[in-house]
Design a protein around this ligand. Structure first.
Ligand code: AMP
Length: 218
């Protein structure tokens, strides 16, 4: 498998995190989620976490300069050399342009993007039933993919929580911010003939199979 930077695009709740984690486990390419990195920074009360917290709680985007510094550091790490799955980044046009520049500077291939498409009503249902492990970030669904023991992560035994930004008012805000700021990236990658759209409805395995086909693994 040649090194690739695969950007998973799509609205919150499309399954990008779940799918990226599965693909990362199969390929040994890391799953880089800016949301996970930011939540860890908030939990650690690091300078980045303290700056990002308010934006995240309101369902707004963290300012580009903070994200750009974070991703530069993460992409330069040795485990990112072979290929990566980016989840939740880029999210704005300046971030996408910066990623192109960064990959050119690192001597890597330009990124390819996969858009995971899911109907809006399904997104809202998924986000409001989503539980996240506080320790390992694994995602569960109350109806379709519940944990074996209520409130406890099957994998690490950590506590499952509802992210504050998965609460209904914030979900509406996040979807609106996605439409305004991230949906235009679809055109950005389409123009460069770097976009493949994948149907994100159906079981986790069905979606995983479509993603692998889009990446050229099957
Ligand atoms: P996610 O886990 O990807 O849904 O991200 C959760 C929250 O983290 C978002 O609602 C934003 O507040 C923030 N965030 C994550 N990634 C980015 C990014 N690339 N640019 C700006 N804000 C981000």
């Amino acid at each position: 498998m040649s090194a690739q930077t695969v950007v998973l695009l799509g609205p919150p709740g499309a399954g990008k995190g779940t799918q990226a984690a599965g693909l990362a486990a199969e390929s040994h390419w890391p799953h880089i989620s800016t949301g996970d990195i930011l939540r860890a920074a908030v939990a650690a009360q690091s300078p980045l976490g303290l700056q990002a917290n308010g934006f995240m709680e309101r369902g707004e985007y963290v300012p580009d300069p903070l994200i750009i510094d974070l991703i530069k550091e993460r992409m330069a790490a040795p485990d990112a050399r072979g290929g990566v799955f980016l989840d939740g980044f880029p999210r704005t046009a300046p971030q996408a342009e910066m990623l192109d520049q960064l990959l050119a500077d690192l001597g890597r291939q330009p990124a390819v993007a996969i858009l995971v498409e899911v109907a809006r009503a399904e997104l809202i249902a998924r986000l409001s039933g989503r539980l996240t492990c506080q320790s390992c970030q694994r995602i569960y669904q109350l109806t379709s993919q519940p944990p074996r023991h209520s409130g406890i992560c099957d994998v690490c035994g950590g506590t499952l929580i509802q992210r504050t930004d998965d609460q209904p008012e914030t979900v509406a805000r996040r979807l609106a911010v996605y439409d305004e700021k991230t949906a235009p990236l679809i055109a950005f990658y389409e123009q460069g003939k770097r976009l493949t759209a994948v149907d994100g409805m159906g079981s986790q395995d069905q979606v995983a199979a479509r993603l692998k086909e889009a990446i050229g693994w099957s």
